[in-house]
Design a binder for this molecule. Structure first.
Ligand SMILES: Cc1ncc(C[n+]2csc(CCOP(=O)(O)OP(=O)(O)O)c2C)c(N)n1
Ligand code: SF4
Ligand SMILES: [Mg+2]
Length: 337
């Protein structure tokens, strides 16, 4: 009788199945006592990277703090899909803030807790790339500069998704959004603009800065738990694909997040007090074209004739990240066989 080989590893990922690990080494999500901080019933699109990232991040923070956690949330998709009045998917003390002031609200909560002598309760501020890098940036920089005892998490889907996919200062070059149309001499978003929030956070020399993606959820959990070991301002920037805004298949969210890292376009690293202390190496170097092709926001690059010069400039950006962060493994690359 034909038999099927049992697979102990998730196909296409590098994550060891929880079954192979001791109970205390298992992921937060694999534990019966997980908090389900962002629970079922919310209205995120199928395959939403932001919903996945937020669930893992907040559950990891809940585990690290023994459930003693308060979150302040900038408006954006994360808030709108989770809290249509009078419903809420959040199972922790959670505050709505404006689009632009989540870091300030979180700082205020931390100050109130300090005044009350409550060192046991910890604070998270969170928002999308628009709320974080654009309208909320002054509040965030102030929170960093004062070293307020807050972990701020940015869910980066590279545009204003909640209001219909407008460009933010995290939108990558050449990407089509509602206001960076693929027309004219430089189609899509222009090159040479935008901000690198993790590097700017590092420039404040705050205790802890990290980047992560939803392709490596154990790494994401570990970084949130590490962030909770510090007091003072901390920043975690999570790459969260958005099928609706990027024109990608819902099933490809994890694959696209992995390609962002494996191409070098999104460096995954940790920094303490302004110094990089670890980088997540590229396992198999991949040309940026493989990342760009499955996303309709880059479809204009692959029309006839293909925009090879533009793709080359995007590749140069990835190569620069690879050099800058030392993303390639020290040992020689293995050949596919
Ligand atoms: C002062 C102000 N301007 C504009 C808006 C409308 N608005 C709400 S959410 C949002 C964009 C959110 O983008 P981002 O922070 O990237 O979160 P995403 O929806 O992409 O997760 C905008 C423009 C607002 N609420 N307040
Ligand atoms: S538009 Fe994007 S970020 Fe918003 S819920 Fe849908 S997939 Fe998530
Ligand atoms: Mg966004």
């Amino acid at each position: 009788m034909p038999h099927q080989q049992i697979k102990f590893y998730q196909v296409g990922s590098f994550v060891a199945g929880n079954r192979l690990l001791e109970p205390d080494e298992r992921s937060v999500q694999a534990r019966m006592e997980r908090s389900n901080t962002l629970t079922s019933g919310h209205r995120a699109c199928q395959g939403c990277g932001e919903a996945l990232g937020a669930r893992y991040a907040l559950d990891a923070a809940m585990r690290a703090t023994g459930g003693q956690l308060i979150a302040a949330n900038a408006t954006g998709c994360l808030e709108v899909f989770s809290t249509p009045y009078p419903e809420s998917s959040w199972q922790l003390p959670w505050l709505h803030s404006l689009f632009g002031n989540a870091p300030a609200v979180a700082s205020g909560i931390a100050a109130a807790l300090k005044a009350k002598g409550r060192t046991d309760v910890r604070v998270i501020g969170q928002g999308g790339d628009g709320g974080t890098l654009d309208i909320g940036f002054a509040c965030l920089s102030g929170m960093f500069e004062r070293n307020d005892d807050v972990l701020y998490i940015c869910y980066d889907n590279e545009a204003y998704m909640n209001t219909g996919v407008q460009r933010s200062s995290a939108t990558p070059p050449a990407a089509r959004t509602a206001n960076t149309k693929p027309v004219g001499p430089e189609p899509g978003n222009v090159f040479g603009q935008g901000k690198n929030a993790p590097l700017i956070a590092m420039a404040h020399e705050i205790p802890y800065v990290a980047t992560a993606t939803v392709a490596e959820l154990r790494d994401l959990e570990a970084k949130i738990e590490r962030a909770m070991e510090f007091r003072g301002a901390r920043y975690v920037h999570i790459f969260v694909p958005c099928p609706l805004g990027w024109g990608s298949a819902s099933k490809d969210t994890i694959r696209i997040a992995r390609l962002a890292k494996e191409t070098g376009l999104f460096p995954v690293f940790e920094a303490e007090h302004g110094e990089v202390v670890s980088v997540s190496k590229i396992r198999r170097r991949i040309p940026v074209e493989e990342y760009l092709r499955p996303q309709k926001r880059f479809a204009h690059l692959f029309k006839d004739p293909p925009q090879t010069e533009v793709i080359g400039r995007i590749q140069a950006g990835a190569d620069r990240n690879i050099r800058r962060f030392g993303l390639l493994p020290d040992e020689p690359e293995r050949e596919e066989g």
